[in-house]
Design a protein around this ligand. Sequence first.
Ligand code: NI
Length: 179
Amino acid sequence: MTLRKILEFPDHFLRQQAQAVTVFDEHLVKLVSDMTETMYDAPGIGLAAPQVGESIQLLIIDVAKLEKEQRALVMINPRLIGHEGSQVDEEGCLSVVDLTANVKRYKKVTVSYQDMAGEPHEITAEDRFAVVIQHEIDHLHGILFLDHLSMLKRTLYKKKVQKMLAEKNEEKSTEAEKK
Ligand code: NI
Protein backbone atom coordinates (compact mmCIF):
# COMPACT_ATOMS: atom_id res chain seq x y z
CA MET A 1 0.00 0.00 0.00
CA THR A 2 1.14 3.51 -0.78
CA LEU A 3 0.00 6.76 0.77
CA ARG A 4 -1.27 9.09 -1.93
CA LYS A 5 -1.07 12.87 -1.94
CA ILE A 6 -4.48 14.49 -1.41
CA LEU A 7 -5.14 17.37 -3.81
CA GLU A 8 -6.44 20.58 -2.27
CA PHE A 9 -8.63 23.48 -3.38
CA PRO A 10 -8.07 25.41 -5.67
CA ASP A 11 -6.45 22.55 -7.63
CA HIS A 12 -8.29 22.41 -11.00
CA PHE A 13 -8.09 18.61 -11.09
CA LEU A 14 -10.80 18.53 -8.39
CA ARG A 15 -13.17 20.24 -10.86
CA GLN A 16 -13.13 17.52 -13.52
CA GLN A 17 -15.99 15.17 -14.35
CA ALA A 18 -14.64 11.71 -13.48
CA GLN A 19 -14.83 8.89 -16.03
CA ALA A 20 -16.89 5.73 -15.48
CA VAL A 21 -14.90 2.62 -14.50
CA THR A 22 -15.14 -0.07 -17.19
CA VAL A 23 -12.18 -2.31 -16.35
CA PHE A 24 -12.20 -4.12 -13.00
CA ASP A 25 -8.62 -5.33 -12.68
CA GLU A 26 -5.68 -5.44 -10.28
CA HIS A 27 -4.92 -1.75 -10.88
CA LEU A 28 -8.30 -0.91 -9.41
CA VAL A 29 -7.67 -3.16 -6.39
CA LYS A 30 -4.29 -1.47 -5.83
CA LEU A 31 -5.85 2.00 -6.07
CA VAL A 32 -8.59 1.06 -3.57
CA SER A 33 -5.96 -0.24 -1.15
CA ASP A 34 -3.89 2.97 -1.52
CA MET A 35 -6.98 5.13 -1.05
CA THR A 36 -8.05 3.16 2.04
CA GLU A 37 -4.64 3.67 3.63
CA THR A 38 -4.64 7.36 2.66
CA MET A 39 -8.15 7.89 4.10
CA TYR A 40 -7.30 6.27 7.46
CA ASP A 41 -3.98 8.13 7.62
CA ALA A 42 -5.54 11.56 6.95
CA PRO A 43 -7.80 10.71 8.85
CA GLY A 44 -11.10 11.06 6.99
CA ILE A 45 -14.39 9.19 6.76
CA GLY A 46 -14.58 9.27 2.97
CA LEU A 47 -12.34 9.72 -0.05
CA ALA A 48 -13.05 9.99 -3.77
CA ALA A 49 -10.54 8.97 -6.46
CA PRO A 50 -10.26 12.51 -7.97
CA GLN A 51 -8.93 13.71 -4.60
CA VAL A 52 -5.83 11.56 -5.14
CA GLY A 53 -5.46 12.54 -8.80
CA GLU A 54 -7.42 9.70 -10.42
CA SER A 55 -10.29 10.96 -12.55
CA ILE A 56 -12.50 7.86 -12.22
CA GLN A 57 -15.85 7.19 -10.56
CA LEU A 58 -14.63 5.47 -7.44
CA LEU A 59 -15.12 6.40 -3.80
CA ILE A 60 -14.56 4.80 -0.43
CA ILE A 61 -16.35 5.43 2.85
CA ASP A 62 -15.31 4.41 6.35
CA VAL A 63 -18.54 2.72 7.37
CA ALA A 64 -17.00 1.71 10.73
CA LYS A 65 -17.42 5.27 12.02
CA LEU A 66 -20.97 5.52 10.74
CA GLU A 67 -22.53 2.11 11.18
CA LYS A 68 -20.20 0.35 13.65
CA GLU A 69 -19.21 -2.08 10.91
CA GLN A 70 -15.49 -2.69 10.54
CA ARG A 71 -15.06 -2.06 6.87
CA ALA A 72 -14.46 0.48 4.16
CA LEU A 73 -17.31 0.58 1.68
CA VAL A 74 -16.09 0.77 -1.92
CA MET A 75 -18.51 2.30 -4.45
CA ILE A 76 -17.74 2.27 -8.16
CA ASN A 77 -19.86 4.19 -10.71
CA PRO A 78 -22.34 5.27 -7.98
CA ARG A 79 -25.67 6.78 -9.09
CA LEU A 80 -28.22 8.50 -6.89
CA ILE A 81 -31.48 6.72 -7.77
CA GLY A 82 -33.73 7.94 -4.97
CA HIS A 83 -33.94 10.50 -2.19
CA GLU A 84 -36.21 11.64 0.62
CA GLY A 85 -36.40 14.65 2.92
CA SER A 86 -33.60 17.01 3.84
CA GLN A 87 -31.15 17.65 6.66
CA VAL A 88 -28.47 20.16 7.57
CA ASP A 89 -25.19 18.79 8.91
CA GLU A 90 -21.68 20.11 9.40
CA GLU A 91 -19.22 19.06 6.69
CA GLY A 92 -15.52 19.27 6.11
CA CYS A 93 -13.31 17.89 3.35
CA LEU A 94 -9.73 16.63 3.11
CA SER A 95 -9.41 18.74 -0.06
CA VAL A 96 -10.81 21.92 1.51
CA VAL A 97 -8.46 22.66 4.40
CA ASP A 98 -9.43 24.69 7.46
CA LEU A 99 -13.13 24.90 6.70
CA THR A 100 -16.23 23.29 8.12
CA ALA A 101 -19.74 24.50 7.39
CA ASN A 102 -23.37 23.44 7.49
CA VAL A 103 -24.67 22.01 4.22
CA LYS A 104 -28.24 21.08 3.26
CA ARG A 105 -28.51 17.55 1.84
CA TYR A 106 -31.10 14.83 1.34
CA LYS A 107 -31.98 13.02 4.58
CA LYS A 108 -32.15 9.60 2.96
CA VAL A 109 -30.64 8.39 -0.32
CA THR A 110 -30.70 5.24 -2.41
CA VAL A 111 -27.64 4.66 -4.57
CA SER A 112 -26.76 2.02 -7.12
CA TYR A 113 -23.08 1.15 -7.54
CA GLN A 114 -20.67 -1.61 -8.51
CA ASP A 115 -18.13 -3.35 -6.30
CA MET A 116 -14.49 -4.10 -7.19
CA ALA A 117 -15.59 -7.20 -9.14
CA GLY A 118 -18.06 -5.14 -11.17
CA GLU A 119 -21.09 -6.66 -9.41
CA PRO A 120 -24.08 -4.33 -9.08
CA HIS A 121 -25.45 -3.31 -5.65
CA GLU A 122 -27.96 -0.94 -4.14
CA ILE A 123 -27.81 0.74 -0.76
CA THR A 124 -30.17 2.99 1.19
CA ALA A 125 -28.54 5.24 3.77
CA GLU A 126 -29.82 7.87 6.18
CA ASP A 127 -28.52 10.75 8.28
CA ARG A 128 -24.72 11.15 8.50
CA PHE A 129 -24.08 8.12 6.27
CA ALA A 130 -26.30 9.69 3.57
CA VAL A 131 -24.40 12.99 3.93
CA VAL A 132 -21.03 11.32 3.35
CA ILE A 133 -22.32 9.44 0.29
CA GLN A 134 -23.69 12.66 -1.25
CA HIS A 135 -20.47 14.57 -0.46
CA GLU A 136 -18.28 11.88 -2.07
CA ILE A 137 -20.50 11.49 -5.16
CA ASP A 138 -20.22 15.27 -5.65
CA HIS A 139 -16.43 14.86 -5.91
CA LEU A 140 -16.92 12.57 -8.93
CA HIS A 141 -18.67 15.46 -10.71
CA GLY A 142 -16.12 18.14 -9.81
CA ILE A 143 -18.29 19.56 -7.03
CA LEU A 144 -16.94 20.53 -3.60
CA PHE A 145 -19.05 21.11 -0.45
CA LEU A 146 -17.91 24.70 -0.76
CA ASP A 147 -20.18 25.04 -3.81
CA HIS A 148 -23.23 24.47 -1.60
CA LEU A 149 -22.38 27.47 0.61
CA SER A 150 -23.47 31.09 0.15
CA MET A 151 -21.54 33.32 -2.26
CA LEU A 152 -20.25 35.32 0.73
CA LYS A 153 -18.86 32.28 2.55
CA ARG A 154 -17.23 31.01 -0.66
CA THR A 155 -15.63 34.38 -1.39
CA LEU A 156 -14.28 34.66 2.16
CA TYR A 157 -12.80 31.17 1.95
CA LYS A 158 -11.22 31.82 -1.48
CA LYS A 159 -9.59 34.98 -0.09
CA LYS A 160 -8.30 33.04 2.93
CA VAL A 161 -6.75 30.37 0.67
CA GLN A 162 -5.18 33.00 -1.62
CA LYS A 163 -3.65 34.65 1.45
CA MET A 164 -2.32 31.29 2.74
CA LEU A 165 -0.78 30.49 -0.66
CA ALA A 166 0.78 33.97 -0.92
CA GLU A 167 2.32 33.58 2.55
CA LYS A 168 3.69 30.16 1.58
CA ASN A 169 5.30 31.63 -1.56
CA GLU A 170 6.77 34.48 0.48
CA GLU A 171 8.33 32.01 2.91
CA LYS A 172 9.81 30.09 0.00
CA SER A 173 11.38 33.19 -1.57
CA THR A 174 12.76 34.33 1.81
CA GLU A 175 14.34 30.91 2.27
CA ALA A 176 15.80 31.11 -1.24
CA GLU A 177 17.34 34.51 -0.47
CA LYS A 178 19.09 33.09 2.59
CA LYS A 179 20.86 30.45 0.52
NI1 NI B 1 -14.49 15.85 0.33
